[in-house]
Each structure stands twice: as C-alpha cells, then as structure tokens.
Design a protein around this ligand. Structure first.
Ligand SMILES: [Zn+2]
Ligand SMILES: [Zn+2]
Length: 357
C-alpha cells in the first residue's frame, strides 16, 4: 500500500484543538479588527457554504482589499453596506485576489473599475477567470461531458453537472485588461506590513497566500480552513492531473515555513490559531479517504462513479456533486501515481480502477 493509505483521522482529531480569537463572525455590513490594522468582513454566497471572508489591510491612506466576493446582487449590496459603514472615509487602494474561484474573483472586475484600483493576482488566476468570461460556453463543451461519461457517470447526472453544477463558474465580472502579477517568493509591502508572497496548488492552481512573518499573520485563502476540508478537484481539462499530490505538498510546505503560533486568516470559517494541527488533520483526512478507497477496490475493479459513496455517503446537490466527483478523482489519480491503485481492463472508452495488492 502507498504512503497515502492508512492514516488515522481520529488520532489527529484527538491530538489538539484549534483556538479562535473571535467565536462569532461579523454581521453583514460590519467588520471586526482581527489583527492590528486588519479588518475582517463577510459577503454572502448563494450556496450551502453561505459566506466568504474578506480582509482589509491598512495601506496608508486607505484599505488594501483581499478578495472581492461572487458576482451577485446580495454580494454587491453587502459591499455597499461595508463602504457606507466600517470602510467609510478612507479610499480603497488595491485589490488582491487569492485565486480564480468565483467566490473570490467574481466581483474583481466590478470593484477595480468602480474604484479605479489595480488588481493583484497570480497569472493563473487572472488568465483562468479571463478565459471563462471570454468564452462561458466552454464550460458545457464536450471535454466535460466526455470526462464524466468516461468515469462512469450516467447521462442525466452528467448533464446536471455540466449545466447546474458549473453555473457558479459564470458568477464573475469582466476583469480589467491589465493586472499586477504576484509570484511566490515576491515581497509585498502593504501599509506597515511586509508580506512574503506564497503560492499553493491543489485547491486552485497557483493560489496566492500572504505571510507576515514578523507579526505572525498568514492570509491563507482557501488552502487551509478551520472546519471544512478545502475542495481538491481534478480538472476535466487536465484529466490525469494530481491536485491531491500538489495539495499535500503545499500543506507540508506551510507546516515547515509558517510558525506554529501564527494567526490564520482563511477564506471561509473563523480565523484561527493552530495551523500545524489543522495541516495534520487535513493530511490524515485525505489518507483516511485513500485507505477507504483502497479497501473498496480490493474486491475487484470499480468505475470511479461506483466509488463516490465510499467517501461522500450523503445526498449531493448538483453544485456539491461537481466538487465531490472531481475530488474523488483527485484521490484516485493520486493513488494511481503512487501505485496503490491501477487501471483495470475495461470496455472501450471507460475507466476502471482496482487496488494493487
Ligand atoms: Zn476556493
Ligand atoms: Zn472560497
């Protein structure tokens, strides 16, 4: 069996608890000073995960903004309340977008145009969002339906996934025609803070994180969340990709490079202390899932679609289904690379996997 199979989620859970400097989030339109010169606010999302965190960093005569929110009317209204409330009296200086997911980049075009401020992002996030806004129809292209069919999804589920399941990807505004590229290894000065620019893969390619080593503050985006295991998905346009391997690599780097006592400001959920514990929990979580898939495949070849219930036993709506199915494939691809699963002979065009004993 591989190094990925056989972790103990319970042991990691029991080992330690996270600590939360605030036990409740700010109400819509309000903000909490979560660290000196750092405001924390929330915008609504129309999903089961019903919010995203925004952060505002003191930037001299104004606020630098971390993430923009999804393109929806309620999110714009929440922005107006923030601007008339806690942000009143100071300008916005620039927008940093952490990654290409619409809940973070969706309103970037709207915001940068409205306030005439620069957009800072990774090249990958910028180009990914730009390509979707230039060609939204590509999300229903054959590459997606073929991908799901090949992995054993029935036609009806496949159709719901490629339409409803991908609908949220269109909740974006058109990006400005220029941006300022952030690259891992850069230093970024914002007000009195000097951040190291980090990037991590697995949840979203080249996701940007900002690390103030001196003050021990990490803006971690969606790479590490306190309660939720961040989604790690295979993209249908990179069907053999190994986002789980990249994700685990990034978690290991964060644990190595960021001090244990650091305040973690995440894209969802509560800010927390306990990065190292949370990284250990997430690694154990994925190891446990790989172990469960390994067990399920020992009995004989399975199509990926037959394995979904092994790691996602509850009922899923089309939005969740897209994340869940592509995350299942992330585990399968990681195990194929490590040799704990192998491809089994199957009908033409279909995929089956079997545990390598
Ligand atoms: Zn995300
Ligand atoms: Zn997010």
């Amino acid at each position: 069996m591989s190094a990925l199979a056989g972790g103990s989620l319970e042991a990691a859970k029991a080992a330690s608890k996270l600590a939360y400097p605030q036990d409740a989030p700010p109400a819509t339109g309000e903000a909490i000073e979560i660290a000196p010169g750092v405001l924390w606010a929330r915008l609504p999302l129309p999903f089961r995960l019903d919010h995203i965190n925004l952060y505002f960093l003191d930037d001299g005569d104004g606020w630098a903004v971390i993430d923009a929110g999804i393109a929806s009317q309620p999110a714009k209204e929440a922005w107006d309340r923030l601007l008339a409330g806690p942000l009143r009296g100071r300008r916005l200086t620039r927008l940093v977008v952490t990654h290409a997911h619409p809940d973070h980049i969706g309103l970037a075009g709207w915001l940068t145009e409205r306030f005439d401020i620069p957009l800072l992002a990774s090249q990958t996030a910028y180009l990914e969002c730009l390509s979707t806004s230039l060609d939204p129809g590509r999300l229903e292209a054959r590459v997606y339906t073929d991908f799901y069919r090949r992995n054993g999804l029935d036609d009806e589920t496949n159709k719901r996934l490629s339409t409803l399941g991908h609908g949220y990807l269109r909740m974006i505004t058109t990006l400005p025609s220029t941006f300022q590229r952030l690259v891992a290894g850069d230093r970024l000065r914002i007000g009195g803070r000097d951040f190291a620019v980090l990037s991590g893969d697995g949840h979203s390619p080249e996701q940007i994180m900002l690390h103030d080593e001196a003050a021990r503050v990490l803006i971690v985006a969606d790479q590490v969340l306190a309660k939720i295991s961040p989604n790690v998905s295979v993209s249908p346009v990179d069907p053999q990709g190994d986002p789980l391997g990249l994700y685990l690599r990034s978690l290991t780097a964060l644990r190595r490079d960021v001090a244990r006592e650091t305040l973690v400001l995440a894209g969802h959920g509560l800010p927390f202390f306990g990065l190292h514990q949370r990284v250990d929990q997430l690694i154990a979580h994925h190891e446990a899932r790989c172990a469960a898939l390994f067990e399920a495949c020992r009995a004989g070849p399975r199509a990926p679609s037959q394995l979904l219930g092994v790691i996602f036993p509850r009922e899923l709506d089309p939005h969740q289904m897209g994340f869940a199915f592509n995350e299942l494939l992330a585990h399968i691809n990681a195990m194929l690379r490590l040799g704990s699963l192998k491809l089994a002979p199957a009908k033409a065009g279909a995929t089956q996997v079997v545990a390598a004993l």
